[in-house]
Design a protein around this ligand. Structure first.
Ligand code: C2E
Ligand code: MG
Ligand code: MG
Ligand code: MG
Length: 288
């Protein structure tokens, strides 16, 4: 987008050009700094994984959790994944970061299973690049073997953008299904989606994007949410709503037969130790 910004800047006069140019180089410097700090980052001390519960709406039981990476750099402080993940995707650093997350999340979940919380499912975000990389399915298989987590307790969250290369995506999804791993379309409704393709994909879950949930007081958005849930149910998919912040939203979602939800109303993403406390104080879903 740098070119577009330059173009706009030139277009709106000389002074603006300087202003935009300065802004632009500032953001490019930031990007380069993040890229190089990511390369040097000592994963085990700078990265951590937070967990956010997924709730069965009708009972309030914890069905599982989503793993969300956190990066605390000694000088830069906390850097949001919305900032560094896209950079890591561009540079290819996401391959090894993603593998680290997957391993840690599976290992933690296997530990919780051994402690008796053996119905918990872990959801891990996977970027398009990671997903389409050769050998991805065997990487997942190896991590499951090494950590001892049974495949059916792992769900991979991918975005609609994977639908751009349908034939490749199909192969990977089939490989994962054969392993027994579940898959979910994250941020559903915001991206490149075709209902025709959706119908053909061997996926398990769609996750309604939080922008639809947060605007549900508007009738148009409510209708949208209802339609997405209906599509999911008609295709025999599980439907989860992300970004739930109020009881009103829960009531509407339950009314529309949405089974699962996630959001600040229940809990923000929290550290593993905190999540253990949450588990101890909550009801859990019965083992399937
Ligand atoms: P996502 O996978 O769609 O995750 C949901 C985001 O919404 C998370 O932001 C979560 O903290 C936030 N969230 C959850 N509940 C609520 C709520 O009730 N209200 C609001 N306003 N927000 C809520 P987070 O942790 O900053 O992550 C942002 C994005 O970064 C994720 O979006 C995902 O795309 C990416 N990401 C995070 N961890 C990883 C990872 O390990 N690998 C990859 N590839 N991407 C990751
Ligand atoms: Mg996600
Ligand atoms: Mg999402
Ligand atoms: Mg999102």
């Amino acid at each position: 987008n740098a070119d577009a910004a330059m173009y706009l800047a030139k277009d709106s006069g000389k002074n603006n050009y300087c202003f935009y140019n300065a802004e632009l180089s500032k953001s490019m410097a930031r990007k380069m700094e993040i890229e190089s700090e990511l390369r040097k980052a000592d994963r085990d001390s700078q990265f951590s994984i937070f967990y956010q519960p997924k709730i069965e709406l009708k009972s309030g039981a914890i069905a599982g959790m989503e793993a969300l990476i956190r990066w605390e750099h000694p000088k830069l402080g906390v850097v949001s994944p919305t900032e560094f993940i896209p950079i890591a995707e561009e540079t290819g650093q996401i391959d090894s970061i993603g593998e680290w997350v997957l391993y840690q999340a599976c290992q933690q979940t296997a530990t919780w299973h051994r402690a008796g919380y053996d119905s918990l499912c872990i959801a891990v975000n996977v970027s398009v690049r990671q997903f389409q990389r050769r050998g991805f399915v065997s990487t997942v298989r190896n991590i499951l073997e090494q950590t001892g987590l049974p495949a059916q307790y792992l769900e991979l969250e991918i975005t609609e953008s994977i639908m751009r290369d349908v034939s490749e995506t199909m192969k990977v999804l089939q490989g994962l299904k054969k392993l027994g791993v579940k898959t979910s379309i994250d941020d559903f409704g915001t991206g490149y989606s075709s209902l025709h393709i959706l119908k053909e994909l061997p996926i398990d879950t769609i996750k309604i994007d939080k922008t639809f949930i947060s605007n549900m007081e508007k009738q148009a958005n409510r209708s949208m949410v209802r339609s997405i849930i209906d599509i999911g149910l008609n295709l025999n998919l599980r439907v989860i709503a992300e970004g739930i912040e109020s009881e009103e939203q829960v009531a509407i979602l339950k009314d529309y037969h949405c089974a699962l939800g996630q959001g600040y109303l229940y809990s923000k993403p929290i550290k593993a130790e905190m999540f253990e406390k949450l588990l101890a104080d909550s009801i859990l879903l019965a083992k399937a």
